[in-house]
Design a protein around this ligand. Structure first.
Ligand code: ZN
Length: 255
């Protein structure tokens, strides 16, 4: 690198993925899609484990790929950092099953995941930026306000609801909060924005394909991709593991 380059603005193409939920086929498919996109860095909004039958395989694949991860509520629950009283019966069953699968090293890795990550251009959290440890759900403009008010960068990526969504304030109207389900968005028009990238391993927006996001800081273009994967094979893995059949069935429904 010559000295001229040291002064250049540092641009990045990020791949953002989350709510993998131990779905190995879905994770492999989205990583291949990000390779095809030529991303520089992959980051995860959390919930590596829970619901699905390949928690260790998914964690190790992320570590191999040097993916940085924030802690999701299912990661916390699997290592005893979050009570499972609020989980539905299938989720609670899966959390207890996951705990029996993890090695001490894997447990301690999950237990030490940060709740927030700050990059040069972007922020990453599982549920909200302002109070990530509460794992609240951002379902409306009002829910987004506390995070938008506290974000030290314009763009914050989240997951948790398993439904893709952009919510924030536009530069030319910063007193109102807007939301959109568009999958290609010019983020330069937003003064502050929270971007929910949907779910890799258990989408709940009626589209069973795995969701994964790409954000290019040079063009400031955000794209949400949907990637087909071998759902049947993942369903068989869940049933073979003895997990509740509903966790297999819902993958085909996208809910
Ligand atoms: Zn989740």
């Amino acid at each position: 690198m010559g000295p001229a380059l040291q002064c250049a603005v540092h641009h990045m193409k990020y791949g953002i993925l989350g709510d993998i939920h131990a779905n190995l086929n879905a994770l492999r498919s989205v990583l291949a899609a990000l390779d095809a996109e030529g991303v520089d860095e992959v980051v995860s909004v959390g919930d590596v484990v829970g619901y699905g039958a390949a928690p260790r395989e998914c964690l190790h694949l992320l570590l191999e790929r040097k993916v940085r991860i924030v802690m999701g509520n299912h990661d916390a629950a699997a290592v005893g950092l979050l009570p499972i009283d609020n989980f539905n019966p299938a989720a609670a069953f899966a959390a207890r099953w996951t705990a029996t699968q993890l090695s001490p090293e894997e447990r301690s890795y999950l237990a030490r995941l940060p709740l927030r990550l700050e990059y040069e251009h972007i922020l990453v959290a599982h549920a909200t930026w302002d109070a990530p440890e509460r794992f609240d759900y951002i379902m409306s403009s009002t829910d987004a306000e506390p995070s938008l008010a506290l974000q030290p960068r314009r763009v914050c990526f989240i997951g948790h609801t398993h439904r893709p969504l952009l919510v924030g304030r536009l530069r030319d109207e910063i007193n109102r909060t807007f939301w959109t389900h568009d999958t290609r968005v010019d983020l330069s028009e937003w003064q502050r924005v929270l971007v929910n990238v949907g779910s890799v391993g258990q989408p709940r927006d009626d589209d069973p394909r795995a969701a994964v996001a790409v954000y290019d800081t040079e063009s400031e273009l955000y794209s949400l991709l949907r990637v087909a994967y071998d759902i049947e094979r993942e369903q068989q893995r869940i049933l073979r593991a003895g997990l509740p059949p509903i966790l297999a069935e819902r993958l085909a429904l996208g809910f």
